[in-house]
Write a protein that binds this ligand. Structure first.
Ligand code: MG
Length: 337
């Protein structure tokens, strides 16, 4: 197997604001694994607040030598070796995992939803994300997301209710909310959860800082809608800690080190009777198509990251009438444009 990577920078259609910061680009690393004339593609998306960059990813990925493996189907061995190279580097690890899955799926001539035994016909509707912004921009974005059946609103600043009222002034679609750890008072978080329920919200993501386990557990206990751990859950081992603290988990390939561990997280969460959502960063259709392979088993999917960028270079899973629509293509179900 021959492994290569190159840096790329995603340009966002809108400046994106979450509770911590604003930005207009996202650095990504694009990977390829070639074997017997077939190429698998992967991607690492590295929003700066997660601590990875072109530099850290290049350093990590240069240490990978796939030429020593003869059988690409030995995913468990290869990916465990890569994980052991250095701690962290979660997105960089995901970029190798995704490319390897794409390659293996192509060698089997099957998409991963097929290999895993899911039906692409049960892929969920997706939410369209609206960042914290002025009422004018929020209204404009609601219009842009016309095709979507669910709106996800970013909260966590002092304009929370204004954001919701603005959205409600132009649409009555179901909402989902993400506070991105922005609330520090558990009673305020519970009050907001009730307010959100009244306003037609389905779930509330990461209400309080991930370190405040007791606070988040309190919110979950008193919230009329499901709470979802996002920042608090990255990898498989975090799922059991989230049990009893949140109603569900948000699985993202860039946190989980890729598809293999994401699948294990999904199965464990199900066994613990927890809700599962599949989320993303701003990514090309490469990582989005990879994540979408798991989506038929998720309660909710938040896979609109490719729609927020101007310079996608892949085509794969699409949104048709607000629903994730997976291709029949093998591997992660996408092609280079
Ligand atoms: Mg989130």
């Amino acid at each position: 197997m021959k492994f290569s990577f190159r840096p790329y920078t995603l340009e966002l259609k809108h400046v994106f604001t979450v509770a911590e910061m604003s930005r207009s680009t996202t650095p990504v690393m694009l990977t390829e694994i070639e074997y017997n004339g077939i190429t698998g593609y992967g991607e690492a998306s590295m929003p700066p607040y997660l601590g990875e960059s072109h530099k850290t990813a290049a350093e990590f990925l240069s240490k990978i030598d796939l030429s020593k493996y003869e059988n690409p189907f030995e995913l468990e061995i290869i990916l465990a070796d890569i994980d052991a190279i250095a701690p962290g580097n979660l997105a960089a690890k995901a970029s190798v995992d995704i490319a390897l899955h794409d390659l293996v799926g192509k060698l089997m001539n099957k998409p991963w939803y097929d290999i895993w035994g899911f039906s692409k016909n049960t892929a969920p509707y997706i939410s369209f994300t609206i960042g914290i912004d002025t009422p004018e921009v929020v209204r404009q974005k609601v219009k842009e997301g016309e095709e979507y059946k669910i709106i996800k609103v970013k909260l966590g600043k002092d304009t929370d209710k204004e954001m919701i009222e603005t959205i409600r002034s132009v649409t009555d679609k179901p909402l989902t909310a993400d506070a991105n750890q922005g609330w520090s008072d558990r009673n305020y978080a519970v009050e907001m959860a009730h307010y959100l329920k009244e306003k037609g919200a389905i779930y509330l993501e990461q209400p309080m800082p991930k370190e405040d386990i007791e606070g988040n557990a309190y919110v979950t206990e008193h919230s009329p809608i499901s709470t979802i751990a996002d920042e608090a859950v990255r990898r498989l081992a975090d799922v059991k800690n989230a049990h009893g603290v949140y109603s569900g988990i948000n699985i993202k390939l860039m946190k989980s080190t890729g598809m293999r561990e994401a699948y294990k997280m999904l199965i464990l969460a199900r066994a613990l009777d927890m809700k599962v959502m599949i989320g993303c960063m701003t990514e090309t259709s490469c990582a989005i198509s990879a994540a979408s392979q798991l989506s038929p088993m998720a309660d909710w999917a938040d896979l609109d990251g490719n729609l927020l960028i101007k310079n996608d270079i892949f085509t794969g899973t699409k949104i048709i009438d607000g629903r994730l629509t997976l291709t029949n293509k093998p591997g992660i179900g996408m092609e280079k444009l």
